[in-house]
Design a protein around this ligand. Structure first.
Ligand code: URA
Length: 203
C-alpha cells in the first residue's frame, strides 16, 4: 500500500478508536495533519477545545503561535507533519493520564514508522517524555539528541510561552537552532537547496 493510503487507514482507525474513556467526550479525534512523506514531525501533547471541534491539531492559540514560529524560521507548516501524544481531548485540557498515553502509544508509534521523519520535534514535557523519560525539559530543550535510532529535537510547548512570556525568547532561539539543524541534516542527506527565491517555502 502507498504510504499516504497507509497513513489514511491509520487515521480512520484513530477516529473510530474507543480504547480509553476520552472517546466519550470527544467531538472529533485529532489524528494529525501534514504530508505522509514529511521530513519533520512535530509532536504536541493533546488536542484542546478548538482542535477537538475541528479535528485538526494546533489550530487554537498555541497553534497560532506555532504557525508564527514556523513562519519566522522559514519552515512551511504544509510541509511538516503535526500530531500529538494523545489523539482525543482530555476534559478541561487537563494533563494526559498514564493509561491514556499508554492506550494511544501505538498510534504515534505507527505514524512515526509510516512517515519515517528525519527529525521529531517534541513540544512540551509529555511529548519529550516518550523518548527521554528521565530528563527535564529545562535541561535539554534546543539540543538535538537521538533515541532508538531517531533524531529528536526537544522544545518547550508553545502554550508555555503564552502562560510564561519570559519563555518566548527561549522558544524563538530554539526555533533558530532547529532551522540550523534542518539545514545541516537535510542538506547532508536528501535535501537539494532550491533557488534562493524558493528557499523559505521549502520547510
Ligand atoms: N496543544 C497541543 O499540545 N496540541 C494541540 O493540538 C493543541 C494544543
Amino acid at each position: 500500500m502507498h504510504r499516504e493510503e497507509t497513513l489514511n487507514a491509520l487515521h480512520a482507525q484513530i477516529r473510530a478508536c474507543t480504547a480509553c474513556p476520552l472517546h466519550r467526550g470527544r467531538t472529533n479525534a485529532v489524528p494529525g495533519d501534514g504530508p505522509a512523506d514529511a521530513l519533520i514531525m512535530f509532536v504536541g501533547e493533546a488536542p484542546g477545545f478548538h482542535e477537538d471541534q475541528q479535528g485538526v491539531p494546533f489550530v487554537g492559540a498555541a497553534g497560532r503561535l506555532l504557525n508564527e514560529l514556523l513562519e519566522k524560521s522559514g519552515i512551511a507548516r504544509r510541509q511538516v507533519f503535526i500530531t500529538n501524544v494523545i489523539k482525543c481531548r482530555p476534559p478541561g485540557n487537563r494533563d494526559p493520564e498514564v493509561d491514556e498515553v499508554t492506550a494511544c502509544k501505538h498510534f504515534l508509534d505507527s505514524q512515526i514508522e509510516i512517515i519515517a521523519p528525519k527529525v521529531i520535534v517534541t513540544l512540551g514535557r509529555h511529548s519529550m517524555a516518550r523518548a527521554f523519560p528521565e530528563t527535564k525539559i529545562s535541561q535539554i530543550h534546543g539540543q538535538p539528541r537521538s533515541a532508538a535510532g531517531q533524531i529528536y529535537f526537544p522544545m518547550y510547548h508553545p502554550a508555555a510561552a503564552l502562560h510564561q512570556p519570559s519563555l518566548r525568547s527561549v522558544i524563538d532561539a530554539d526555533f533558530g537552532l532547529l532551522r540550523a539543524l534542518l539545514d545541516d541534516k537535510l542538506a547532508a542527506e536528501t535535501y537539494t537547496p532550491p533557488p534562493e527565491a524558493e528557499q523559505l517555502s521549502l520547510f
